[in-house]
Every structure is written in structure tokens, then in C-alpha cells.
Write a new protein. Sequence first.
Length: 180
Amino acid sequence: MNPKEVTLKNGKTVLIRQAEVADAQRLLDCVKKYIPQSEYIPKLEREIVITVEQEREWIKSFLIHNNSLLLVAEYDNQVIGNIDLTGNRRKVMEHTAVIGMGMLKEWRNSGLGTALLDTAIEWARQNPVLELIWLQVYTANKAALHLYRKMGFEENGIMKSFFKHNNDYFDNLTMTMIVK
Ligand SMILES: CC(C)(COP(=O)(O)OP(=O)(O)OC[C@H]1O[C@@H](n2cnc3c(N)ncnc32)[C@H](O)[C@@H]1OP(=O)(O)O)[C@@H](O)C(=O)NCCC(=O)NCCS
């Protein structure tokens, strides 16, 4: 995938490109910062225990599997967000990939999510192996839901009360898009 510059609603121009092994520390710093800032990512701060070496291996896995893609958004030499398409490793599901994405709080609602997702969908459409991409989202995550519907994802089933934060339950919606 060719790197691409995108100017966001806040007037800032960011670079969207494939992650390299050398990004491990900066990507880890970014993810460690945005997970606790995100109400709707099902991971607690104390559960982020990944080391830089493990992050390097994780980045490498996207470079060697042809149904997988990891993109970072970069601004001022900092990683500010990412999107991953993790292709399934089993033969009967290798035409599918699951999406994860996030970004630093100060960059939300600027169009960065749209730019990251649009780039990933375009790549998936060109990919000879992938036919279906999917994701899971809290139904309470209104910004994410709006974004996924806008990009054309279809709703494909809700697991009620799948997430439990203290004593509050949240529903989990699966969304899919055909990219063949
Ligand atoms: C979800 C996330 C990836 C979206 O990225 P983003 O850069 O904020 O998204 P964009 O600005 O491109 O688009 C958001 C859209 O939702 C809309 N939106 C924002 N808040 C909304 C709300 N409460 N209700 C309805 N729509 C809303 C925006 O107006 C925008 O719509 P538009 O493009 O039609 O103007 C980002 O907010 C994020 O990282 N959140 C924390 C982590 C997370 O939730 N990850 C997703 C897990 S499934």
C-alpha cells in the first residue's frame, strides 16, 4: 500500500501508511494512551501488558500474512492512531479479516477514522484473498456506529449484555462488509 497524506477537519495533514517493525515503540505508546481514553474498548489499563518485543512480532505478523494489514496514522513523528485487519489463519476462514481501530482522544471526530477505514477497505477490495471484513462494536459507541454504517457495513447480529463494566452491561454488535 502506498503511503497517503490526508488533511483532516482540523486542518492538520496526517500520513497514513503501513506499520513497520521500527514503529513498535511509538505504536505501543499510542495504544497504551488511547485504550484508557476509550470507553468502548473492552480492555482495562492493567491488561495492556504487551512488551515492545511482542509489539514488533505483532507488526511482523501483518507483513508476512497476505490477508492482513496494519496501518498507522502519523503526525509530527508521532503515531496518533491505527487500524488493523487481522486475516484469519484457518483455511476455511482465510477470506475473512477482523478490524480493530483506535486513536488518541484529541484526534477523534476529525475525520481520521473515516480516512483510516476508507484506506483499509480500499486495500481489502484489491486484496485477492479477502472477501469479507467484519468488526464488533458496542451498540453504545455512537461515533463508531455512525462511521461503520456510513462506510457501508451491515449489521449482522447482536450479543446482548456481552460486555460488563462494573455492573453495567453493554450489547455487542457484529458488522460485516463484502469486499470481493
Ligand atoms: C471510533 C473512532 C475510531 C472513530 O474515529 P473518528 O476519527 O472519531 O471518526 P470520524 O471523525 O471519521 O467519523 C465519526 C463520525 O461519527 C459522527 N459522530 C460523532 N459522535 C457521534 C455521536 N455521538 N452520535 C452520532 N454520530 C456521531 C461524526 O459526526 C462523524 O460523522 P461524519 O463523518 O458523517 O461527519 C474513534 O472515535 C476512536 O478511536 N474511538 C475510541 C476507540 C474506539 O471506540 N474504537 C472502535 C472500537 S469498535
